[in-house]
Write a protein that binds this ligand. Structure first.
Ligand SMILES: [Fe+2]
Ligand SMILES: [Fe+2]
Length: 229
């Protein structure tokens, strides 16, 4: 039996102001694009979207680092949290690349999207870090939903429940007989954690006190992400 943290699938931050509403509308637009482009090819969807998901943490960490240097202030642990989020998303990518292989067209899409998204998110974070974290919170709400759909595809036999890739077994400390279904469960739990952390950061930047107890628990990850040869 897997020790996967319980995930509250129903968490949704109700937009509280115009910036929240714009963040939600932007997320829904991207969701529509992803649904149109990938339909039910969940492995391919995961690969392309994880290349995007791994960007905000690193941008947020960089800009928070620079702000703390300028203001000579404490980061309250945000920098490491955001860097770890970026690393975690990269591990999602490295896992799903073992499950599905991106086509040449998808690789070109990844290249183009990375240029546009990195620059856009960088400037959004500079202008309004609160809105940037809210956008990520909404992205992660959608990630939880997408991985729930992926689970249904596996459970209903439309996607084969292949053995878990070695990299995933190492990173999430899964048993030897773990399968893709187990991997999707822990990835979804990661996304739920990012969702709550980013909505929390956005609220904190908006001056709202956060109940840290409400953050979805993070699955256990390997201390050293590299597998020994
Ligand atoms: Fe992810
Ligand atoms: Fe995520």
């Amino acid at each position: 039996m897997l020790d996967t943290p319980e995930v509250d699938l129903t968490v949704h931050h109700k937009p509280a102001d115009l910036a929240d509403r714009i963040a939600l509308a932007f997320t829904k637009l991207l969701r529509f694009c992803a649904d149109t482009f990938f339909a039910k090819r969940y492995g391919h969807r995961a690969i392309v979207l994880e290349t995007v998901a791994a960007v905000p943490g690193m941008v947020g960490a960089t800009l928070t680092h620079l702000r703390c240097l300028r203001r000579m202030c404490d980061d309250k642990g945000w920098i490491r949290t955001l860097m770890e989020e970026a690393e975690n998303e990269r591990m999602h990518l490295m896992t799903f690349i073992e499950v599905a292989k991106p086509s040449l067209f998808e690789r070109i899409v990844i290249l183009a999207v990375q240029w546009v998204f990195y620059i856009a998110f960088f400037f959004l974070y500079l202008i309004s870090a609160k809105t940037a974290h809210r956008v990520v919170g909404y992205f992660e709400e959608e990630a939880v939903i997408s991985y729930t759909h992926y689970l249904a595809e596996i459970d209903e036999g439309r996607s084969p429940n292949v053995p878990a890739p070695a990299i995933a077994k190492h990173y999430w400390k899964l048993p030897d007989d773990a399968t893709l279904r187990d991997v999707v469960l822990v990835v979804r739990a990661d996304e739920a954690h990012h969702r709550d952390v980013n909505h929390g950061f956005a609220s904190e930047l908006g001056g709202i006190e956060i109940d840290h107890e409400k953050v979805a628990p993070y699955p256990s990850h390997a201390d050293d992400i590299r597998m020994s040869a």
